[in-house]
Design a protein around this ligand. Structure first.
Ligand code: PGA
Length: 255
């Protein structure tokens, strides 16, 4: 059984006081909704606050990126060990906002995935095509290429230690979410590809959908047999909306 997982990607938003309101709202709002798992990925400076407020609760926290290196002369970077020091369980890897600005490539995401799992972090690995690639019918080719780059680096047992997220670039922050049918088709295609390589990994690995997920489209997405949850950007900035989304995940059937 794959429990639903909802991940807040707060991006470069929030401050001490708005984070406090968010964490308090989330703690209260998920108290009676324990049938799903929740993660908040906050900017690095606020990991200490997430740890202080969420430790011992149902809600885990994580970074939005990390270095491939453990230490050294990498000005401005944060290592996997540093994320672990602040109690992170997860880290987002290969988000399109980092791929598009040249910070991440297929090769570097594979390396980051491996380094994260070696440090005991669970990578949330993002894949997805641009609008142009979507319109050219290249979704399958692009997502498989991105996924294979990781599999090549770490193998199926390594892959099993992470979570996957299909995030079409054209749906991120645009209000134009993929239809639940489109998302289901791609996730089923990706799971099918994994199944050929390792049926057990395919059965157990959680694959999320991300891109303009809101409280009003969440239940439909969560009802799909291959959609195991959501990676949520904009809607995680509104506590009430994000809590509603988490509750929808808890009410949905596990896949
Ligand atoms: P969005 O962002 O929910 O605002 O579309 C999703 C993401 O970037 O992970």
């Amino acid at each position: 059984m794959r429990r639903k997982l909802v991940v807040a990607n707060r991006k470069m938003n929030g401050n001490l006081s708005s984070n406090k309101v968010f964490f308090e709202g989330l703690l209260a709002g998920t108290q009676d909704h324990k049938n799903a798992d929740y993660v908040v990925c906050v900017p690095h400076p606020y990991l200490f606050q997430a740890e202080a407020m969420l430790k011992g609760s149902l809600i885990a926290w994580g970074g939005q990126n990390m270095s491939r290196y453990e230490s050294g002369a990498y000005t401005g970077s944060v290592s996997p060990g540093m994320l672990k020091d602040f109690g992170c369980e997860y880290v987002i890897i290969g988000h399109s906002e980092r791929r598009q600005r040249g910070h991440d490539t297929d090769l570097s995401t594979g390396e980051r995935f491996e380094v994260a799992t070696n440090a005991g972090l669970k990578p949330i690995f993002c894949m997805g095509e641009t609008l142009e690639e979507f319109e050219d019918g290249l979704t399958d080719i692009v997502t498989i290429r991105q996924l294979n780059a990781v599999i090549q680096e770490i193998g199926m047992q390594g892959l099993a230690k992470g979570v996957l997220a299909y995030e079409p670039v054209w749906a991120i922050g645009t209000g134009r979410a993929a239809t639940s049918e489109h998302a289901q088709n791609i996730l089923s295609f990706l799971r099918g590809h994994i199944e050929i390589l390792d049926a057990e990994v395919a059965r157990n690995i959680r694959i999320l959908y991300g891109g303009s997920v809101k409280a009003d489209n969440a239940a439909k997405l969560f009802s799909m047999p291959d959609i195991d949850g959501a990676l949520v950007g904009g809607a995680s900035l509104n506590t009430e909306e994000f809590v509603a989304l988490c509750q929808a995940a808890s009410q949905a059937k596990s896949n």
